[in-house]
Write a protein that binds this ligand. Structure first.
Ligand SMILES: [Zn+2]
Length: 448
């Protein structure tokens, strides 16, 4: 099933040509990379850190030589402190590849992959990645989140041409990395609901194949948190495939919509505040996303506990703030470059009262069907919280160094953070937003 889905995704993806997931893959990695890269006139250069070199890099390097590939001296970063996605590391890799006239083979997980991806993109040449941990869904995605001049940005660059994933290597990675992958995959639950809503208001229509790729197996993989934490190979391969399919869905769609919704904004906003960056290793993307995911599932629950009526729409239109009031609110909650960013993003999705009447009228008309569809897509927040805990992922704000109050505040930044439409927007348009946030943090809620 998963292999079939990966083939289906690859047939429509324009950047990645080969994906192989399996046990005992390392000895064959050299030949697989050689054949798929088709860059016969260029040597290859393995980029790793001390840990991933020991786990897989050395074996990949040897396998490439064994397959008759000319191999340049590897670039191995220190294993500790953990490598950070900073642009200067990308420059180091780019200049090393340039001076060797080589194409890159990244051996590692999120950060190493992103660094080699961006360096290769800047050189306009393909690269391959051998994944070492199922910690996030960026292996098969394009673009690289990077810190440059103190600001976190996603820099455009193509996805890898070849993605190899040896399950034996991944199974030996620290358990917290698997839990992080589980957290990133759990985001597809509220993220998918946000896409359904965005489709319903005609903002971002569903892309059937991308939807199938990313949502097809998510529920099954998430249903086995204990097996995953216990290192069960089937559960493990399901997680790896789910994360790879999620990246392919982004490629097929040409954007990150299939893989993320408002739950990711929580993570991005905390990253801007450098949450957990002083930890060793730094707090992972998947751990921050896990708490954002729970916050959004709880919000959806309160949202769906209501019934939308014509009176609600009427009231919402009367109370709809003009742009000047929205701008004032954004400026009161954010500052500096974040404020400018939020103003630009929110302006792009702001509707005047007439357009809002059309939108809310449409939502009212399809409310029953939409309500049912969202309920089917979502998982009760308490249930997902227990699952995350069983998988070894964070399930409370304190697990990632936050308080419930900080998560509450983040709702007010998340609603303005992206032009992408989510339930936070619909709640704001309906005039329900503040009350729903209050309800999430009322006694009896997830974190109270
Ligand atoms: Zn993610």
């Amino acid at each position: 099933m998963n292999t079939e889905m990966i083939e289906k995704g690859l047939a429509q993806a324009d950047q990645t040509r080969v994906v192989e997931v399996g046990r005992g893959l390392l000895p064959r990695s050299g030949a697989l990379i050689r054949d798929a890269m088709a860059t016969a006139d260029q040597p290859m250069l393995v980029v790793a850190d001390e840990r991933t070199w020991a786990a897989a890099g050395e074996a990949v390097d040897a396998s490439l030589r064994g397959a008759g590939v000319e191999v340049a001296a590897p670039l191995i970063f220190p294993g500790s402190p953990a490598l950070y996605a900073a642009y200067e590391h990308c420059e180091t890799i780019r200049e090393r590849l340039r001076s060797a006239g080589a194409v890159g083979v990244a051996v590692g997980s999120g950060t190493l992959n992103d660094l080699v991806k961006l360096a290769s993109g800047e050189l306009e040449q393909p690269y391959a990645v051998v994944g070492t941990a199922a910690s996030m869904d960026g292996y098969t995605g394009f673009g690289a989140p990077m810190t440059r001049a103190g600001v976190k940005v996603t820099m455009p660059c193509p996805a890898p041409r070849v993605v190899l994933f040896d399950l034996d290597v991944a199974a030996a990675a620290p358990g917290s990395m698997v839990a992080a992958g589980y957290g990133d995959l759990s985001a597809k639950i509220p993220g998918g609901a946000d896409w359904l809503l965005s489709d319903a208001v005609g903002w971002e229509p569903l892309h059937p194949l991308a939807w199938e790729l990313v949502q097809g197996g998510v529920a099954d993989v998430l249903a086995q948190p204990k097996a995953l934490a216990a290192g069960d190979p089937d559960a493990y391969s399901g997680l790896v495939n789910g994360l790879i399919l999620s990246g392919l869905a982004m490629q097929v769609y040409g954007g990150t919509r299939p893989a993320s919704g408002a739950e990711h904004y929580f993570s991005h906003l905390w990253e801007l505040e450098h949450l957990g960056q002083d930890r060793e290793p730094p707090l992972s993307h998947g751990f921050k996303v896990a708490i954002g995911t729970l916050a959004m599932c709880a919000f959806y629950e309160r949202f769906l506990a209501r019934t939308l009526t014509a009176d609600d729409v009427e009231r919402a239109l009367v109370g709809w703030p003009d742009w000047a009031s929205v701008e004032a609110d954004i400026r009161s909650r954010t500052s500096g470059t974040l404020a400018e960013h939020c103003l630009k993003e929110t302006r792009a999705k702001y509707l005047d009262r007439y357009a809002l009447a059309v939108r809310l009228g449409g939502v009212l008309e399809q409310w029953d069907a939409l309500h049912q569809r969202l309920v089917r897509q979502l998982v009760p927040a308490h249930q997902l919280q227990a699952m995350l805990r069983q998988a070894g992922a964070p399930s409370a704000p304190e697990d990632i160094g936050l308080t419930a109050d900080r998560v509450r505040e983040t709702f007010f930044g998340a609603v303005y953070y992206r032009s992408r439409y989510s339930v936070l927007d619909l709640a704001r348009e309906l005039g329900w937003f503040d009350q729903l946030v209050d309800e999430v943090f009322q006694p009896g809620g997830l974190w109270t």
